[in-house]
Design a protein around this ligand. Structure first.
Ligand code: FMN
Length: 337
């Protein structure tokens, strides 16, 4: 019993991990740097002397990669791969055994799809399925404003999302003023900086504090968001990527059953509708997760009881072209027949 308890709370800080494998074919590279620009963490960097991207880590994290494979999706020469498996080997974030196996491209018609290329599979898919598999989180936007009509169109998609008891507990807050977005980013980034300082420190007291915080607040101390925070610091605290619009999805806390679920469903209607009309989006969780510690943000956004941000979405015209769907880890599926 003691062993199980120890295993649960230990290694919340930099657990023993097997990381992805970075593969790169230098002779085909066009040196466009799109892979580095699109990387959401500080993992991919550019070596100016050798004119190559290289994958790197943080202090204590061998490879600061969350395995989103956007580097692969934007590469015009198809010369980058992040392969293998991300597996936490011990402790609170230990990867479940049934998640094992290499990442694969979409196989909607079964395992035989593994031998077909996606363009071929896509011919048999519906429009909705194509959007699902081709959507990527977009973090680089053209400097082109979004019309109010287009944003309205996205919110209409959210309005028609299902909700528990048809309670419709959501509210949407659209910010197209970039100065306001930057101000919010800066305020939330300060909290993230503090978390980074706590996490990356080798000091014994910081480690103990992280272990305690991890015990109190599960799921907040995984090393992957820490890698994304590092990028935020490298880009001067930009959390919302200077997107032309940020839509905050709020829930009425008094909503029926689990209003967070209703809000998430509405948010995803926005995301899929946006991609279907050629816009790019990215969920931003860092605002919802820090806002409680920065009352000034609530004040700027005029958020009052009973509302609370569940998630935020950056929207704009994508700067880069995302050419291919990307592989994903295996998902455990159990059948009771
Ligand atoms: C609830 C939620 C919160 C997220 N928060 C952030 C965020 O704060 N910053 C960011 O760059 N990406 C964020 N993402 C995007 C994920 O990193 C992304 O979905 C994941 O890496 C998979 O990549 P894909 O969306 O391109 O398939 C978030 C995604 C979700 C679902």
């Amino acid at each position: 019993m003691f062993h199980a308890f120890f295993d649960k709370f230990s290694f919340s800080h930099m657990p023993p991990t097997q990381f992805f494998r970075f593969e790169y074919e230098a002779d085909q590279c066009t040196h466009c740097k799109a892979c580095v620009q699109t990387c959401p963490t500080s993992c991919l960097q550019w070596n100016e002397e050798e004119k190559t991207p290289y994958a790197t880590g943080l202090s204590g994290i061998e490879l600061a990669c969350i395995g989103c494979n956007n580097c692969e999706a934007v590469c015009p020469a198809n010369c980058i791969r992040m392969r293998g498996e991300y597996k936490v080997l011990k402790g609170r974030y230990k990867t479940p055994e049934e998640k094992s196996g290499d990442m694969t491209l979409p196989c909607p018609f079964g395992q035989s799809d593994r031998n077909r290329n996606f363009e071929e599979i896509e011919k048999d898919l519906t429009q909705t399925e194509k959007i699902i598999y081709r959507r990527r989180s977009v973090r680089l936007f053209k400097d082109k404003p979004l019309s109010k009509e287009l944003i309205h169109r996205l919110i209409e998609a959210a309005r028609f999302a299902p909700s528990a008891g048809n309670g419709q507990p959501c509210k949407f807050l659209v910010v197209t003023n970039r100065e306001v977005n930057r101000k919010i980013d800066q305020k939330c980034a300060k909290i993230l900086k503090l978390i980074n300082w706590l996490y990356a420190g080798q000091n014994r007291w910081r480690k103990i504090l992280i272990a305690i915080l991890s015990a109190i607040s599960a799921n907040k101390w995984d090393q992957r968001p820490i890698a994304a925070m590092e990028k935020i610091h490298m880009t001067n605290g930009s959390i919302t990527f200077d997107a032309p619009a940020v839509i905050h999805v709020l829930k009425d806390k008094r909503g029926i059953s689990h209003p967070d679920v209703d809000a998430a469903i509405s948010a995803h209607n926005i995301i899929l509708a946006a991609h279907s009309i050629g816009l790019g989006t990215c969920y931003i969780g860092f605002i919802a997760s820090t806002v409680a510690f920065v009352p000034a943000v609530k004040k700027i956004l005029k958020i009052k009881y009973p509302y609370e941000i569940v998630t935020s979405i950056c929207v704009g015209y994508p700067k880069l072209k995302y050419n291919i769907p990307v592989p994903r880890a295996q998902v455990p599926v159990e059948w009771i027949e």
